[in-house]
Design a protein around this ligand. Sequence first.
Ligand code: HEC
Length: 412
Amino acid sequence: MRAIHLVCVVLAASGPVSSAPADSTAAAGMLPAGPGRTVVEARCLGCHDATRLGSPGRTRTGWTNVLNQMMNIGVVLEPSEVRAATDYLAAHYPEQARTAARIVPGEVQLTFAEWAVATKDAFPHDPLATRDGAIWYAGQRRSLLGRIDPKTGSITEFATRVPDSGPHGLTADVAGNIWFTANYAGYIGRLDPKTGSFTEYKLPDTRARDPHTPVFDQKGVLWFTVQGANRIGRLRPASGEVRLVAVPTSRALPYGIVVSSAGVPFFAEFGTHQIASIDPDTMVIREYALPNPDSRPRRIAMTSDDRIWYSDYARGFLGSFDPISGAAREWASPGGPKSQPYGITVLNDIIWYSESNVEPNTLVRFDPRSEKFQVWPIPSGGGVVRNMMPTADGGLVLAESGAGKIALVTIK
Ligand code: HEC
């Protein structure tokens, strides 16, 4: 009953329709009428609400990809249900015209270099810049990891040992091993790039199917979010021990994760308006509410003062939150309320992020001292930049998943 109630509340706040239903029957009635509606109601609203369907909307092929992705993370659909849901979603949630990017000029100069990934439809989800100057990507839909040498443009791809693993988030350890979350296969993987050999660390709970974003702390312990399963994981590479804990708020959708200077992981709760921390020893989770209940922080980054910067995907804002004082501040993103700020990072205490629902996608720079924005169009169009990170020598790498490209940004 509680889960059903939550569906209703979220739909009422920001879904495609506005009246608040009294029970699950009424909630079901909130999706537009048409053949296939009952399948979508029964199969698609258990883990997230219908706001996931409406914006940005998709082409038929886009919906086919989403249904495959959902089945990969454990949603069970009969072939007839796949057809019915695809017809329904393509008819009622078509791709919407994106608003034009708002380019904001400024003093900083930069250049983009972009490489198409070797396997065209691999869907590079996350980028990773390693100390040796290479750029890695997680080819989620073709279950591979790729390595680009930006000097020569040569690309090497490594197919995961376990097929259909859906590699998603990427990070590296100090020895240079590449670690990834196997989003479709419920494990944390490690690739030794010298030998090309993979190691898999299974999650101890079969319900925890979709490990999401990984990050190492200063002691070499790997922390990760498990979005749909609503858990946070800790992997100790020395022993291989993996532990999972549940997030207190149900359906919080733990998403982006960073580690503070004191070694405390913080993560965004994309299903609600909260940021949370996890005690590295006891794994006790503490949640902090952001000022606006409609905020949906998707990814986070941290400045050297341990302030958290979040991309508010639902409202089109950049926010900062200081977990020590509890102070929060927000700035409207230049692309507007529907710009869907997504991938975000910090480089030399400057905030960089991308607006994923403007045409073309943008790269946004925000200087916390002057509170000034500067905005560039992404040459390829971006294709939704789900993640980005700094390089060792002061640049940025971006994964342009829908465009099938990786970008290296050089800042002058
Ligand atoms: C078992 C839980 C679960 C069910 C049931 C489920 N989803 Fe999802 N869905 C997820 C999770 C987890 C994600 C996030 C995946 C990610 O970000 O990589 C997601 C993401 C999505 C997205 C966003 C994808 C993107 O590219 O950002 C859409 C759209 C979506 N789901 C639609 C559906 C539809 C349609 C159905 C019904 C067929 C469905 N979901 C059923 C768990 C579920």
